[in-house]
Design a protein around this ligand. Structure first.
Ligand code: PA5
Length: 470
């Protein structure tokens, strides 16, 4: 099996010049912090605190068994989850199911169900989807580590009522499956009481690091993706990261380059730009991973730092006609990560038509993949001409093995980055305040005080209506 490749020439001073690029001495100067990061992460891993790192070696037999039981029973699988409990499934399904999977006939899908992810509480979306499905042939996978997230629980309650009306309460265990915390939470309690199948998210596996746990792998198995291949790719990346000196280890180098551009050159944003339709949702998944893990108010000693690169998703070649003007000529505050694919599944040769029209005739006889990859190379070059750094990750092809490598690489690089920024990459205190405010506004017991504070506005007097246009 081939490995993915990382080319970071266009991050360095040989390509960008000394003002814009990094010198190899600067990267080398980070050796000690990187080695300290490796040691600290290794200690945490051995102590059982980073169980997501062990997921590539988890036996997926239970997931595959459940998928085998479900085969032929369901036309549709709906995932209800949000954030880390949904984005991994979206990334996997877009990468590993055939394009437009849900539009294909059952035969073309080889009997695999269609797969939908609902990760919002938009009433029109949920009604729109469920009104299309035959609930007697539908399985809903409710995914919530905490088992209390308002959006997921609201969607679950709506789905549950629909199932009760159509198949009856007694049949719920045949139509619901929960993926949740192994110890606590309402979802676990309900699952236990009612005999609804339960899959566990290990306690050292946070939401955004859970794609290789049952969170991502159960929907993957249900939809017929190559789960063992994904895990094998991730395990291979884990070995590569672990066996190599930090200055040539992919996750350490990725983290180091991003960190150096952030701190030394004040490049506060990190753009991920896949040149592959299949990898577009990987950029969305990465956005959450990078933002929630690294955007922190305080460092690990409690000092205020308000740190964290802003991750941005862009799509190649589409956003060349939307964002690249800004990227090339606007503020020099970004570092770019391109994702590209060497071998696409299809070869599309552009027909040789309009031989007299020189403005388009040159395209005839070339391939679409060739054009897409030329556009990526051209964009990276154009950015470099203006001193803007980029690195390119090339997948030999988009398959389970290389996607497993890529996801695990980015997870590990995020953990290393947490060490470099000296922040806790595994908590998300900034999300909690908004969650609590929502609970207050929606009347959850125990959150009356925050609800009252919101109603009063932020000051002592009622100033909440001072600046409104109605
Ligand atoms: O990464 C995280 O921890 C979050 O994005 C969670 O995944 C998200 O808030 C959903 O949480 P839960 O799985 O508890 O419903």
């Amino acid at each position: 099996m081939q490995r993915l490749r990382i080319d970071y020439t266009l991050c360095m001073e040989e390509a960008l010049g000394p003002t814009h690029g990094l010198s190899r001495y600067l990267v080398e100067a980070l050796r000690l912090p990187l080695e300290a990061a490796r040691t600290h992460l290794g200690e945490q891993r051995r102590a059982g605190g980073l169980q997501w790192m062990d997921l590539p070696r988890r036996d997926p037999a239970d997931l595959l068994e459940f998928a085998a039981w479900s085969a032929g029973r369901f036309d549709d699988v709906v995932v209800l989850g949000i954030g880390g409990s949904a984005l991994g499934t979206k990334a996997l399904s877009n990468a590993l199911l055939r394009p437009f999977h849900n539009l294909r006939s059952a035969d073309e899908r080889k009997g695999a169900p269609r797969l939908f992810v609902l990760d919002n509480v938009d009433p029109d979306e949920i009604v729109g989807l469920f009104s299309l499905l035959d609930l007697r042939r539908t399985l809903v996978n409710v995914i919530s580590k905490s088992g209390t997230t308002a959006e997921t629980m609201a969607a679950y309650l709506v789905a549950r009522k629909l199932f009760i009306d159509v198949v009856g309460a007694a049949a719920l265990p045949q139509h619901l499956v929960f993926t949740t915390d192994p110890l606590g939470g309402v979802l676990r309690k309900i699952g236990r009481q009612e005999g609804i199948p339960l899959f566990e998210i290990g306690s050292g596996v946070g939401g955004r690091f859970s794609v290789l746990s049952p969170v991502g792998l159960l929907p993957a198995a249900l939809a017929g993706m190559d789960v063992p291949g994904l895990l094998a790719g991730a395990a291979e990346m884990d070995a590569w990261i672990g066996e190599t000196d930090v200055i040539s280890s992919p996750a350490f180098v990725f983290a180091a380059l991003q960190f150096l551009h952030y701190t030394r050159n004040k490049r506060r944003s990190s753009v991920m730009m896949p040149y592959s339709h299949a990898l577009v949702d990987v950029a969305d998944w990465f956005r959450q991973l990078w933002a929630e893990s690294l955007g922190k108010a305080v460092d690990r000693r409690g000092r205020t730092v308000n740190v964290g690169p802003t991750p941005i998703k862009a799509v190649g070649a589409t956003d060349q006609h939307s964002q690249v003007q800004l990227y090339v000529e606007g503020p020099d505050d970004k570092v770019f990560t391109f994702l590209r694919v060497e071998q696409f599944d299809h070869t599309v040769i552009i027909p040789e038509l309009h031989a007299d029209e020189h403005a388009i005739a040159y395209l005839g006889g070339t391939s679409m993949a060739g054009l897409l990859n030329a556009e990526q190379e051209a964009t990276a070059w154009a950015l470099a001409q203006r001193g803007r750094p980029s690195l390119t990750i090339t997948l030999p092809r988009v398959d389970a093995h290389s996607v497993g490598q890529l996801l695990y690489l980015l997870e590990f690089a995020t953990a290393v980055s947490g060490e470099l920024y000296d922040v806790n990459a595994f908590d998300q205190p900034g999300v909690e305040l908004g969650k609590e405010a929502t609970y207050g506004l929606m009347g959850r017991p125990g959150f009356e005080e925050i609800a009252e504070r919101i109603r009063r506005g932020s000051g002592d007097e009622d100033n909440s209506r001072l600046y409104r246009l109605e």
